[in-house]
Design a protein around this ligand. Sequence first.
Ligand SMILES: *Cc1c(COP(=O)(O)O)cnc(C)c1O
Ligand SMILES: [Zn+2]
Length: 396
Amino acid sequence: MPAMLELTLRCSVCGTESADPTQKTCAACGPWGILEVHRPLAKPTEGPGVGIRRFLPLLPVPEHLALPAPPVGDTPLVEAPRLAFQLGLDRLRLKDDGRNPSGSLKDRASWVGAVLANGRTAACASTGNAASSLAAMCAALGTQAVIFVPERAPAPKVAQLQVFGATVFRVRGSYDQAYDLCAQAIERFGWYDRNASVNPMLVEGKKTCGLELGEAEAADWVAVSVGDGCTIAGIWKGLQEMYRLGVLERLPRLLGVQSERSPAVFNEWQSGGDQGPARAPNAAVADTLADSISVGVPRNWRRAVTAVRESGGEMVLVSDDEIDAAMRDCARLGGVYGEPAGVTAVAGLRKAWPGGSAIAVVTGSGLKDVVGAQRAGGEPIDVPPELGAVEAHFAG
Ligand SMILES: *Cc1c(COP(=O)(O)O)cnc(C)c1O
Ligand SMILES: [Zn+2]
């Protein structure tokens, strides 16, 4: 066991507390009683520019484990005035989390996981980004990663974790089947569990995106794409901590955005499903082309719904075509190249049309999904190597 800090785990459903940092879910509520980390609040030690390590006082990571730190976090907040105009917003900023070392926001969680594994093998099931980020962080720390991916995972993401040297099992089945197989293997071999859905420490890593947003000028809305739900829950926790520390002057409303083809969290939000006892979400289809948010049985649905509700926010659904359009708009009008799930927050802003000021979290890089990029971007103009053909193109 790594040395542990002063922390309490509190059930997000019934509030029962536990001081055992290895506990996974609530003893009273069972597997759907997702636990949350509570630590005394403390200000970040250093200013921006040194990455995620500066948030150590707010993370469940003992200082002596936290080195070396790959350059995770401190991603740019890009002003996007032309995209703001198109979306009817006074101001829009894009949090470009595709600029993390492995190309997605997941690096924030994987860094915490790889560090807390403290030399042990770490494992996860992932549609791609959690996996490639774990592979990258384990490589940086010199430890081993074991990954279970569903068949559908895009080739660039699988290639990335092969290159980083992870052991990769490609499971003939859905994400949920890959997840169950991973859980069994973790139990069997005693690996460190980097499944953010059940490991409350990892949401603390995702929280650092919200901590960084909490250091910037406040916005009326923060828009986040939602698959399992722990990203938006983590970002909300980070924003709240910065507000309680007096760093952020007012909290934003959250806009949670899902694909019509993976609407499980949205459905629960709409029906007020977070009011009763701990339970699985009502299962929904999950076949969106935005693979990173294609989740049929989201483990953190309730925390996501609670975060949106606490913030006085909204959830919306967008189509895959609207996501493709957002990929173009985000690049052409905002200068940021995001993968489909990465730009889904932008598609949601277009749908919800909230007005005022907003921050859209672009959760992953466009380089992650070349097929999606080709679909959104279209084909180039084929010409022979003759000036006449170029002239003909511009003549009409
Ligand atoms: C994982 C992921 C999300 C969604 O995060 P959840 O915690 O599953 O809701 C969104 N975008 C990208 C690029 C991701 O990798
Ligand atoms: Zn409970």
